[in-house]
Design a protein around this ligand. Structure first.
Ligand code: MLT
Length: 254
């Protein structure tokens, strides 16, 4: 039995939504309104309402999500991941290719960390251990949404902040370690034959549009959607544009 907090809503095509770092299931609150979908939205270990676990690798996060689906007897699903959630989606594809009917890759990338990015994760781990993870919220929030949206200080900014603040220190350090060690997923993406929706915010500077273009080129059946006026959390910032792209995409998922 899995021990994660999971939002489970609706009937139809199963879609598992995997959140990014250091966020939680709340970032999909606009997506779980999409009709004809059985939405499965876990809080990853140590985020939202899920207890932390001492996890070392991105595959352990993939296994945690697979346990949720196994407990629900879901053996075929659209796997949708935002950023770190995308890294986990690739792990699920590697571990259980038969489960993945389609992939939705939102503001993410298939490649591993560069040596500099990896070193930065380890210094963040040290910093979180000495001063907590508040600095990550302050550093990352301005990159999650565009300045225009942040100035409005509406529900979108509130949910991103709330998601970040609900992360636990152990959850944050485990996820940083797992992201630092994640493998290159380009061969997994290249060998996947199902439909792939790649979505990116035009102003995403964490996983920029060039990453999305490269992923779309690697996949054999891809649709690339660039959302104008959106940064790293394009589905939060422009939910109406994202949901419309998702609706058309799901219409062609087998
Ligand atoms: C995320 O949004 O999940 C993170 O920015 C991913 C990362 O740090 O690589």
């Amino acid at each position: 039995m899995h021990d994660l907090n999971v939002i489970h809503k609706g009937k139809g095509t199963p879609v598992v939504w995997i959140h990014g770092f250091p966020l939680s299931s709340i970032i999909f609150e606009q997506q779980v309104e999409l009709p004809d979908v059985r939405h499965v939205v876990p809080d990853l270990p140590g985020f939202g309402k899920s207890a932390p676990r001492d996890l070392d690798s991105i595959d352990e996060y993939g296994s945690a999500v697979l346990s949720v689906l196994d407990d629900m007897n879901i053996d075929h699903a659209v796997v949708a991941g935002v950023s770190m959630g995308g890294y986990i989606a690739f792990s699920i594809l590697r571990q259980r290719p038969s489960l993945v009917s389609a992939l939705v890759l939102i503001d993410t990338r298939e490649g591993p960390d560069s040596p500099d990015a990896r070193a930065n994760r380890y210094s963040q781990i040290d910093r979180v251990r000495t001063e907590g993870h508040r600095f990550l919220v302050d550093d990352m929030l301005p990159r999650m949404l565009t300045r225009d949206t942040l100035q409005l200080a509406d529900r979108r900014a509130t949910i991103v902040r709330r998601a970040m603040e609900s992360a636990s220190e152990d959850g944050v350090t485990s996820a940083l370690r797992a992201m630092a060690g994640r493998p290159d997923s380009s061969s997994d993406l290249r060998s996947f034959n199902g439909p792939v929706l790649v979505v990116v915010g035009s102003d995403d500077d964490i996983t920029p549009p060039s990453d999305a273009t490269r992923m779309a080129a690697l996949a054999s059946d891809s649709t690339l959607v660039t959302i104008p006026g959106a940064a790293h959390l394009s589905h939060v910032e422009r939910p109406e544009v994202f949901n419309e792209a998702m609706r058309s995409f799901l219409a062609r998922v087998p």
